[in-house]
Design a protein around this ligand. Structure first.
Ligand code: G6P
Length: 622
């Protein structure tokens, strides 16, 4: 969702802001803009559409402008348009703001400001922030208010005053034409990181826009703000209490977020899965002692071993990983587990009994519904564990304990390697809890050994990419698809359908195979593609029955089966195979051909795979 960038240094700001905005593109957006300072008044350029459209309307970079803010907007309040694009200038023309988040009381504030004479140009909630800061800046210089401001400059004081009136979420970068060498950043609910370079500062929504310049950063917490100028920066709460923040190392390199030889980040990340999983599991699998070592949660392992109930909360693809986790915890650890959409959990008056542990799963660690659900669970007394990819993200910092994926940055909007890494972490945790609770040591050792071979087995599946492309091509004109699986592969069917919808814009439904008969079977017409996950396992014969039902009605079967299954050949219009592994390890393999199928279908339909319409990588508003 919305991406924020701000630069202050000795270099010309405009090209730096544009490059940084390109790094934030993957978050999802529909318009973009910059505001530059240095040679007088604030100079704003903004437009609806892509960064390439913004580049077309930019003037030549001005060498005097070494400070600026920029934004990619994902519309919430007001349609995507140039007028609604950020930065927003206040009614006095002195304050410019870029914003990520939602101001819930913007309606009330807007009416009040209008009554006070402030004019509005856009439909956005962000303009209320600009105008309120502008209002306090213009009016708030009475002696008494200045006294309260405790010697700080008027700009900083006005920002604090305005933010104290705001309900909702914000990540902000703000400039004022009277202070052409100052940027103020502030955060509540939306991420904001300050990259600290050599005589330069880059404030951004995420580290991808910073690593090109520096890997040293401070992570702002909620209700904190930072004021940056050429002399340095200082951090405070928005209530004006000075705080000191620790400089942290950003844990990934520029190379990891570049495309390299791949045409799309999504394909790169699909192919990175063997490596991502090796890194995720490396150092955690202790084959000599038949154990899994999950260092981060050491002090919580006894509580987890004794837990009476696990609740997994997540959104999107991470939710599907959670569903796999439910099967894993029940089967391997014999712990009752249930998975909930984070957005439903938080508004449902959930029951947290003694001994309940909540596991939140999130690639970005910033999904607002998951974050809010974590807070809700904690408030109700649950211990909350996070399974998160982005180090230092909000969910990672809010949970009591956690396990990082270490899958490397995921840029493709359609999540791929994060899913397999989430399932890998859940598998490791389930095996370790199972070993502590009831699994015999030789059995645990066998599981661990099989798990450690998964990365190599994914590599074997990736070799079928061209074959899968042909399958996508043969069915590319079909607008309705079904994805069916049972048991451990039922969540994979959901994930396969989601992938196809996200990037190919083809309507797809994922279902537990047996449910097909209770309605969706009515959809099957001649030539409709139905993807079956029919791998070796206890439900194999049942799913063969479902395949027959689809074929009898003219459906076309695309079957993911186990290598060496000769019988399946006569039932599949298209066959994709995976290496033979126990059922509980299959999701990490069966999902890979479905990721490739969706990818190739999207490319064949000529869609922008890494920037699917309307979607955002990190959903930071409710
Ligand atoms: C968005 C993304 C999905 C992702 C979901 C949850 O919808 O487009 O790919 O699965 O958010 O994100 P998270 O970062 O919490 O895993």
């Amino acid at each position: 969702m919305c991406g924020i960038i701000a630069y202050l240094g000795k270099k010309v700001a405009q090209p730096i802001l544009i490059e940084a905005l390109k790094r934030l593109e993957y978050r999802g957006y529909d318009s973009a803009g910059v505001a530059l300072l240095g040679s007088g008044a604030i100079r704003i350029k903004k437009t609806s559409g892509r960064i390439s459209a913004l580049e077309k309307i930019l003037d030549e970079p001005d060498a005097a402008e070494t400070l600026g803010i920029g934004h990619t907007r994902w519309a919430t309040h007001g349609k995507p348009s140039t007028i609604n694009a950020h930065p927003h200038l206040d009614y006095t023309g002195k304050i410019a703001v870029v914003h990520n988040g939602i101001i819930e009381n913007y309606g009330t504030l807007k009416t009040w400001l209008q009554n006070e004479g402030a004019a509005f140009a856009s439909e956005t909630d962000t303009e209320v922030i600009a105008n309120l800061i502008g209002y306090f800046y213009a009016k708030g210089d009475s002696e008494e208010e200045q006294k309260k401001s405790d010697g700080q400059n008027k700009f900083e004081w006005s920002v604090q005053r305005a933010l104290q009136e705001m309900h909702g979420t914000f990540g902000l970068a703000i400039v004022c034409s009277d202070f052409p060498d100052t940027i103020i950043g502030a955060k509540r609910g939306s991420p904001l990181i300050l990259g600290v370079g050599d005589n330069e500062y880059i404030l951004a929504s995420d580290a991808a826009a910073i690593v090109e310049h520096t890997t040293q950063a401070i992570y702002l917490a909620d209700n904190e703000m930072v004021t940056i100028n050429p002399e340095g920066f200082h951090t405070k709460t928005i209530d004006n209490i000075t705080i000191s923040k620790e400089l942290k190392q950003i844990e990934f390199s520029l190379e990891q977020i570049e495309l390299g030889d791949f045409p799309h980040h999504m394909l790169k990340e699909i192919f990175e899965q063997p490596k991502a999983l090796s890194t995720c599991m490396g150092g955690r699998i202790d084959s000599r002692n038949n154990r899994i070592k999950l260092g981060g949660i050491d002090s919580y392992l006894r509580e987890l071993t004794r837990t009476k109930r696990l609740i997994l909360i997540a959104c999107g693809t991470a939710f599907h990983a959670g569903l796999v986790g439910e099967f894993l915890f029940e089967q391997l650890a014999r712990i009752p587990a249930e998975t909930e959409y984070a957005s439903e959990f938080r508004y449902r008056n959930p029951i947290i009994e003694d001994g309940t542990v909540v596991i939140s799963i999130s690639q970005s660690g910033e999904t607002i519904d998951t974050l809010a659900a974590v807070e809700e669970a904690k408030e109700r007394g649950a211990t909350v564990l996070g399974i998160v990819n982005v180090v230092g993200s909000s969910i990672a910092r809010t949970t009591d304990t956690g396990i990082y994926l270490h899958a490397g940055p995921e840029i493709g909007v359609a999540s791929t390697k994060a899913f397999t890494a989430q399932v890998a972490v859940l598998t490791m945790l389930a095996i370790e809890l199972g070993r502590r609770r009831h699994i015999r040591s030789d059995q645990a050792s066998k599981y661990i050994d099989e798990l450690s071979q998964i990365p190599d087995k994914i590599s074997q599946i990736l070799n079928q990419s061209d074959h899968i492309k042909q399958i996508a091509s043969a069915n590319i004109d079909q607008d309705n698809w079904l994805f069916l699986g049972r048991g451990f592969n039922y969540p994979v069917a959901l994930e396969g359908a989601l992938k196809l919808k996200e990037i190919s814009y083809i309507h797809a439904e994922g279902l537990p195979a047996a449910e097909m008969k209770h309605g969706p079977i009515a959809l099957i017409v001649d030539g409709m593609p139905v993807v079956f996950i029919a791998t070796a396992g206890p439900q194999y014969n049942k799913i063969m029955g479902n395949i027959a039902e689809v074929r009898a009605r003219g459906g076309k079967t695309i079957v993911v089966a186990t290598e060496g299954d000769e019988n399946i050949k006569q039932h599949a219009d298209h066959l994709i195979t995976i290496p033979d592994v126990p059922e509980f390890l299959q999701p990490m393999l069966t999902v890979v051909p479905l990721q490739l199928l969706a990818y190739h279908a999207a490319v064949l339909r000529d869609h922008d795979v890494d920037k699917p319409r309307n979607l955002a990588k990190s959903v930071t508003v409710e």
